[in-house]
Design a protein around this ligand. Structure first.
Ligand code: SAH
Length: 235
């Protein structure tokens, strides 16, 4: 058996266990191999290279954010329904958006659309502080409960609309939207710090994942990344 375990670990992504608390030993974490496989086959294989993003996706227990009846699909290459007509994003899209945020560990990040809380946990692993806002109170409550039970202390929750500014906490170094507005609202553009970046799906019938880099003169450099399909941002 020992040999087959060594064989398994030879296939693991480089540094797969870095950043994983040794106290979270493998026998106590029955899904770590599933997550390593998920990262290897869906995320690394599609070109995501940021090692901190890869490590966070191995570490965060995605299965905890998926409804109990969909547990068997937790590591599949697809979004899943989380109730209230909303979804937890496909692992690859979470990884891509996280990599695009270029987090170093010092940033204050605003997330619009807490949803299941999964993306929020990934952000909490990689940034200094996360400010997350969710419009559906039930989802917000459920996400908050799971994230607290996992021990995160750097997440600040708000129930309400991401169209409304969060003046007490703005500006943010990074902003991520996990629901798609028709156009990026002015209120969000204004809350991005100079030198900061926004990552967002934008559009209705056709949506694009976009990045907005705020230049020294306050203007944004806008880049189209790829076509995506997100739930619409509710007014
Ligand atoms: N980041 C989430 C993805 C959730 S899907 C995850 O990892 O699971 C998008 C979420 O955005 C939904 O929960 C939806 O209720 C929320 N949402 C939609 N419109 C919103 C708005 N105007 N303000 C805040 N949240 C909104």
């Amino acid at each position: 058996m020992e040999t087959s375990r060594e064989q398994d670990s030879a296939d693991l992504p480089l540094n797969a266990f870095q950043g994983v608390n040794p106290k979270d030993s493998i026998p106590k974490d029955p899904h770590i191999i599933d997550r390593i496989r998920m990262v290897d086959t869906q995320i690394k294989a599609r070109g995501i290279q940021d090692s901190r993003t890869l490590q966070a996706m191995v570490k965060v227990p995605r299965e905890r954010f998926v409804p109990p009846n969909l547990q068997s699909l937790a590591f599949e290459d697809r979004p899943l329904s989380i109730g209230s007509g909303q979804t937890i994003s496909q692992p690859y899209i979470v990884a891509l958006m996280t990599e695009l945020l270029q987090l170093t560990g010092k940033e204050r990040v605003l997330e619009v659309g807490t949803g299941s809380g999964y993306q929020c946990a990934i952000l909490a692993e990689l940034a200094a502080e996360v400010f997350t806002v969710e419009i559906v109170p039930d989802l917000a409550a459920r996400a908050q409960k799971i994230l607290k039970s996992l021990g995160y202390t750097n997440i600040h929750f708000r129930v309400g609309s991401g169209f409304e500014p969060w003046p007490k906490e703005a500006p943010f170094d990074r902003i991520i939207l996990t629901a798609a507005p028709r156009e990026l609202p002015q209120s969000l553009l204004e809350q991005c710090r100079i030198g900061g970046r926004i990552v967002a799906p934008v559009g209705r019938e056709t949506q694009w994942l976009m990045t907005y880099d705020r230049q020294k003169n306050g203007h944004f450099l806008v880049t189209k990344i790829l076509p995506v399909r997100f739930v619409p941002m509710l007014p």
